[in-house]
Design a protein around this ligand. Structure first.
Ligand SMILES: Nc1ncnc2c1ncn2[C@@H]1O[C@H](COP(=O)(O)OP(=O)(O)OP(=O)(O)O)[C@@H](O)[C@H]1O
Length: 352
């Protein structure tokens, strides 16, 4: 085992916003989560006047609560399929409370074809945008390690502290939202799977059998999908660790999971370095690490090359195949906090 690997060991031992939902006419509040009418939803969003994001299943609008408090309204309208995605995300978010998981404030449910989730608003948008070369700001190294740690804590929570456990199913940088202090919150539980200890088969038969089985809806996103899941269709906690490994590569390199111009995947670009980290008997040369590092960090005084090596080493373990060789989320949390001591000062949930 190399020096680097021996530095990062995976042992077997292993908040909230100030926004309060406004109860407006026609709404009902149960344990802090408000059930809204469609009229409420139109009024909160000023008739859907400001779109702040969109995804494969929804559109996200800015909503205004009492005073200057803001929220984000995620709307699923148009088909029974989208309604089901909404229902599934609603049921999961109703059970989740963690400082690094987006908070549900309320919802609208017409019980047929449309639904909407009112979520706490994260003003710095998603991590993918923040790492983008065209972003005005360069995300400092110190924030990148904190984001990695907080996302690992969120994954640890859903994998190991919830009963029944939850697999997110779509860990990627655009599903990591940032607050005004660049603290991270995991969002988008529309692909999540609930209620098993470690592995779950797709709801119909597996993908390799009859043509009908092709109706199984695959989850995940290009550049982040675990090759084992692509082959078998079996979702597991370890697929979330794979997606997390790709996010670590993005945080270190500042590159996208799939290069927009050339279509090249970051995991392929990083493969020689990842293999060297896993195979080598000695510490990986600093020069090679620097070649992979986001060049925009070269003048960052918070940059620490040993921390970069730690992040890459954790990424390498998370990307290993077969999935059983990957660490658990709590092992990742332990490894990060052990090797990047400044993280231990991050009070879980307290803004930096
Ligand atoms: N609470 C929020 N605050 C601020 N922006 C948000 C919020 N929720 C979502 N967004 C923005 O909207 C984008 C899409 O959100 P989300 O991933 O939840 O939608 P989706 O339809 O489930 O997307 P996907 O295609 O990934 O499944 C996010 O990447 C982010 O930019």
């Amino acid at each position: 085992m190399s020096c680097l690997l021996s530095c990062v060991r995976f042992d077997d031992s292993t908040t909230t916003t100030d926004n309060k939902p406004t109860t407006i006419t026609g709404s009902v509040s149960v344990s802090g989560v408000t059930c809204y009418t469609w009229d409420d939803v139109e009024s909160l969003t000023s008739n859907f006047s400001r779109l702040i994001g969109s995804g494969g299943y929804s559109s996200i609008y800015l909503a205004r609560l009492s005073g200057s408090n803001k929220a984000a309204l995620k709307v699923h309208v148009g088909s029974h399929r989208l309604y089901q995605v909404f229902k599934s995300e609603l049921e999961i978010l109703l059970r989740l409370q963690h400082p690094h998981i987006v908070k549900l404030l309320g919802y609208f449910d017409d019980s047929e074809e449309s639904g909407a989730l009112l979520l706490e608003y994260l003003p710095q948008g998603n991590l993918q945008e923040k790492l983008n070369r065209n972003s005005k700001q360069v995300l400092p190294w110190r924030n990148r390690t904190a984001i990695a740690f907080q996302v690992a804590q969120a994954i640890e929570h859903i994998h190991e502290r919830c009963s029944p456990q939850i697999v997110h199913g779509d860990i990627k940088s655009s599903n990591i939202l940032l607050d005004k202090h660049f603290n991270s919150k995991l969002c988008d539980f529309g692909s999540a799977k609930v209620g098993f200890s470690s592995m779950v088969q797709p709801s119909t038969t597996t993908m390799s059998s009859s043509p009908r089985s092709k109706q199984v809806r695959m989850i995940g996103s290009p550049g982040y999908t675990d090759p084992h899941y692509l082959r078998t269709g079996i979702a597991s906690k370890k697929m979330d660790l794979y997606g997390f490994g790709v996010v670590l590569l993005e945080l270190v390199s500042g590159k996208e999971a799939v290069c927009a111009e050339r279509g090249e995947m970051l995991v392929h670009k990083a493969a020689p370095l990842v293999h060297e980290i896993l195979d080598s008997n000695s510490d990986v040369a600093e020069e090679k690490v620097r070649q992979f590092l986001d060049p925009r960090l070269s003048r960052d005084s918070s940059l620490d090359i040993d921390e970069v090596k730690t992040m890459l080493c954790v990424a390498a373990f998370c990307l290993r195949s077969p999935p059983s060789l990957r660490p658990s989320a709590s092992q990742v949390v332990q490894a990060l906090v052990h090797k990047i001591p400044s993280l231990s000062f991050l009070d879980c949930g307290k803004e930096m």
